[in-house]
Design a binder for this molecule. Structure first.
Ligand code: WT7
Length: 657
């Protein structure tokens, strides 16, 4: 989105009086009071919140230890347990019989679980993990689809201080294996398969394949029987989840851990090399999950909350597993996809479960707009969405048209939209409106949350004037920020706190601040990271995958804008053999697409593959990516190509298959 769009966007929506009256942060003045409190004395502010919102086993004395930046330590001396906060605390507060989870399966079967029942399952499973010798600090890989069992697995790890690393079920055996080795996991929790869109997708077979490439430290694989299909079994290694759980005691005293104890590792793509293991700390992360549930999602006890993200992504960690449970919410979790058995599934679920707070991604909204244009039967206006009071979006910039549709057609022009900007690394929302306090502008994530010192800067860390584009940074540390990259402190420091930026946290996104309102608009990644359907992928990651194919000599990958997925992957490929044409080129393109799917997963499959005898390079041999981007988009070439070693190559690469 360009700066002009923001300047042209005059529509704005102030919170109405009833909303303001009932909101947890009521009115703009209340928001400003929090912002000022944080500015006046950040440590005092965070200390107050950590004492108010977290439940400590032992209290902390130091709010922030910043003696060794960027390795910040928060609430150091305190001890607590995440699963205690998510289960025992709501129960102690009288919510034992409240519904915690409403699980809807792919085929529409609904299972509900109270806080008591979830607590019991988590305790049994935590004891089962202990019986296998898993304990504090051990890494556990979770490779499972959206399910109650996935949440039980994450919570059980947290209960015994084991560090979970959830791998999205769409990742390939190879990607899974990289994560198994990088974490040094001793245990994998998976399912026989998953059900999505009426189809069964294997999971255990992929785990087997990953382990056959080298199992590292893995001793056991626990399998949740979801599909009941016959699967290969290694009786020395594999265990079924249910009998294991049921043989255990329903009581499990939480393992109290230090505030800074790693709660989880979650891999995400960077601009270079292999995915990075983003490491989050227990206390700071939980504090922010609770605060953003309270402030941004305005959590009220009677809400029925639904975040459509998968637990394989950070959104599913903060806003499915930890945040909602820690505030004692009733939440919907869904196994399947938005388009099954029809593209009205989301609206039908909102209406049947009386969802009041709904959080999804722009890519889903855009595909549902398209679907309801084609089939009026599944248009949101055909469903009773009167239970909704608040909508949210995340994952990529939302275009004002999609925003307006979401606002009018889904929210009936009654529900504020929280456009939440954040990242795997930030742990939770960092720039987002507070629905009872902030006037909304379509396409803008509005203002930084209290305590978040966000700014738009130039290459030297100097703030740029409002209205000018620059790089988004966060200048002061905050409790939910990532603590490290697993096993790679150098990369952590280099990637997020480059020396020229005065110690600021570098987000990797471009942003512009509105001169009058101070509102932020995110303009997209400024590094080599793509955003396809809200999923992050490194161009280098896809290029490396292509380059491992025996026929490929060289490959370059860029993103091109796409109406539905935000960006689509275009790969420019040079083969070791002659440049193919016609049917042969088609055939090879399809082989390479499958190859990338196998190497990384279906989310990385290139939309468009083009073959050339070479790639456009400067005389020093550097690939000219800007040119490739113009080619991918079919734009006229405005760049200076005089430094190009091989200008004739451009004609070849312009040709689509
Ligand atoms: C990247 C982070 C945070 C959970 C989902 C993605 C983009 C995210 C927004 C938004 C504009 C957004 C950014 C960011 N992004 N939310 N509301 N407006 N862009 O987490 O995989 O770590 O990706 O997603 O480019 O850097 P992630």
């Amino acid at each position: 989105m360009s700066t002009e769009v923001l300047h042209r966007e005059h529509r704005h929506f102030a919170p109405d009086a009833t909303w303001v009256a009932q909101a947890n942060v009521s009115g703009h003045a209340a928001y400003l009071a929090l912002v000022r409190e944080a500015e006046r004395d950040p440590e005092e502010f965070w200390g107050r919140l950590a004492r108010t919102y977290l439940v400590w086993k032992t209290p902390f004395q130091t709010v922030l230890n910043d003696r060794n930046p960027p390795f910040y330590r928060w609430f150091e001396e305190g001890t607590l347990n995440a699963s205690h906060l998510c289960l025992d605390v709501p129960i102690e507060r009288g919510m034992g019989e409240k519904t915690a989870l409403i699980f809807e399966s792919d085929d529409g079967t609904v299972t509900t679980l109270t806080y008591h029942a979830l607590h019991e399952r988590v305790c049994r499973f935590a004891n089962a993990l202990k019986s296998l010798g898993i304990g504090k600090g051990d890494r556990v890989i979770i490779y499972i689809a959206m399910s109650i069992e996935g949440i039980v697995a994450m919570q059980a790890c947290a209960r015994i201080g084991a560090i979970h690393s959830v791998v999205f079920g769409g990742f390939s055996a190879k990607s899974l294996q990289e994560r198994i080795l990088d974490t040094g996991a001793r245990l994998i929790i998976t399912a026989d398969g998953q059900k999505r869109g009426g189809k069964i997708i294997q999971l255990k077979a992929i785990v087997d394949e990953a382990l056959s490439m080298g199992a590292g430290m893995v001793e056991k694989v626990i399998v949740y029987a979801r599909t009941g299909e016959n699967i290969p079994w290694d009786s020395a290694r594999d265990l079924w989840m249910k009998p294991l759980e049921e043989s255990q005691s329903p009581l499990c005293i939480p393992t109290w851990v230090e505030a800074e104890h790693p709660l989880f590792i979650l891999y995400t793509s960077g601009s270079t090399g292999k995915p990075k293991g983003v490491q989050h700390a227990t206390a700071g992360y939980l504090l922010w999950s609770i605060l953003t549930m309270t402030w941004v999602f305005d959590h009220h006890p009677e809400d029925v909350y639904w975040c459509t993200a998968d637990i394989g992504w950070i959104t599913g960690h903060t806003y499915v597993n930890y945040g909602p449970l820690a505030v004692g919410a009733t939440q919907v979790i869904y196994e399947g996809i938005p388009s099954w058995p029809h593209a009205g599934r989301f609206w039908s679920m909102i209406s049947r479960h009386r969802v009041s707070v709904f959080y999804t991604a722009p890519t889903a909204i855009r595909s549902l707009i398209k679907a309801s244009n084609l089939d009026p039967e599944i248009h949101p206006q055909r469903f009773d969405l009167s239970s909704l009071r608040l909508l949210g979006t995340v994952g990529e910039p939302i275009n004002p048209e999609a925003w307006m549709w979401y606002y009018q057609q889904v929210g009936n022009s009654r529900c504020p939209i929280a456009d939440t900007f954040w990242q795997t690394e930030t742990g939770g929302h960092v720039i987002a409106p507070l629905p009872g306090a902030t006037t909304l502008v379509p396409g803008s994530c509005t203002l930084p949350l209290p305590g978040i010192d966000a700014a738009v800067v130039d290459e030297t860390g100097q703030e740029v004037p409002p209205g000018h584009g620059g790089s988004l940074v966060i200048r002061r540390p905050w409790p939910a920020m990532l603590r490290n990259l697993w096993g790679n402190p150098e990369r952590f420091q280099k990637t997020y706190f480059p020396s020229e930026l005065k110690g600021y946290y570098l987000a990797g996104d471009g942003a512009v601040k509105d001169p009058t309102t101070g509102y932020f608009t995110i303009t997209g990644r400024i590094d080599d990271v793509l955003n396809v359907s809200g999923h992050r992928l490194g161009t280098m990651e896809v290029e490396s995958a292509l380059a491992t194919h025996p026929m490929v000599a060289e490959a370059a990958v860029v993103g091109k804008p796409d109406d539905i997925t935000g960006e689509a992957i275009v790969a420019f490929v040079v083969l070791k053999q002659q440049r193919p044409a016609g049917a042969e080129a088609q055939q090879l393109a399809s082989t390479l697409r499958q190859w990338v799917t196998r190497e990384i997963g279906p989310i990385a499959r290139p939309r468009d593959i083009r073959f050339g005898d070479n790639l456009p390079k400067t005389r020093s041999g550097k690939i000219m990516r800007r040119l490739l981007r113009s080619l991918a988009c079919g734009e006229p070439m405005t760049q200076d190509i005089s430094t190009l070693e091989n200008p004739t190559i451009l004609d070849q690469l312009r040709e689509t298959l």
